[in-house]
Design a protein around this ligand. Structure first.
Ligand code: PRP
Ligand code: URA
Length: 220
């Protein structure tokens, strides 16, 4: 649960701002950080986010016998997952989720913001046939106006994915984007590392970090 502009969002988790996370966020936001450090530390935050996302998956009871012959009453994950990185910046999170989820399927959605209007332009999606049976992790490090995330969720819903099976993993968000996404799709769940002040006149996040995709992939 999180409070954004006086409104409670039960479906939003903001990572606990530990001294470790504050330090990692400072490195990736710093204009003097070199690209290889940006990649390394953004990947570390992405890993924290994805681990938090996995905590939202359902489990069922499982009893096993340990190597000492004793019984252990434990649990196992109950349900398959599919990650949906929004190309391009979301691709930066793909390896992180592959490292922790062995049988995962990866879908891709190609959406780009128009640089003039900041409106999302949908180009193409590649989705597995059984996506509606899976828990779907949307991966995108930046949430600004919410246009790209909403276009992605709309595509998933058109492919029969239930809203309550969608978990949006995001690194930096703003109140405008959170309200746009969770106001439109109240049953999805979202995890973010930090909520920034807001957007500038070009719909860029402030204080933000710049264009995530350009820094991560070296096209700035
Ligand atoms: C960025 C980012 C999000 C989107 C967020 O992508 O990765 O997808 O902008 O903005 P929004 O919430 O206003 O839609 P962009 O389209 O710039 O492409 P990139 O991933 O290639 O940087
Ligand atoms: N996309 C980015 O990479 N950065 C922003 O500030 C907004 C959208």
């Amino acid at each position: 649960m999180a409070l954004i502009n006086g409104k409670e969002y039960s479906q939003l988790t903001i990572l606990k701002m530990t001294s470790q996370l504050r330090t990692l966020m400072t490195i990736i936001r710093d204009q003097n950080t070199k690209r290889n450090d940006f990649i390394f530390y953004a990947d570390r935050i992405n890993r924290l986010l994805i681990e938090e996302g996995l905590n939202l998956l359902p489990t069922r009871d499982k009893t096993i016998t340990t190597r000492t012959g004793e019984v252990y009453h434990g649990s196992e994950f109950n349900g398959k997952i599919c990650a949906v990185p929004i190309i391009r910046a979301g691709l930066s999170m793909e390896n992180c989720i592959r490292e922790v989820a062995k049988k995962i399927r990866i879908a891709h959605i190609l959406i780009q913001r128009d640089e003039e209007t900041a409106k999302p332009i949908f180009y193409k999606s590649w989705l597995p046939d059984d996506i509606q049976e899976r828990y779907v992790f949307i991966l995108d490090p930046m949430l600004a106006t919410g246009g790209s995330a909403n276009a992605t969720i709309n595509t998933l819903k058109n492919n029969n994915v239930d809203e309550d099976k969608i978990i949006f993993i995001n690194l930096v968000s703003v109140p405008e984007g959170i309200e746009a996404v969770l106001g439109t799709y109240p049953a999805i769940r979202m995890i973010t590392a930090e909520v920034d002040r807001g957007l500038n006149e070009n719909a860029f996040i402030l204080p933000g970090l710049g264009d995530f995709g350009d820094i991560y992939f070296g096209t700035d």
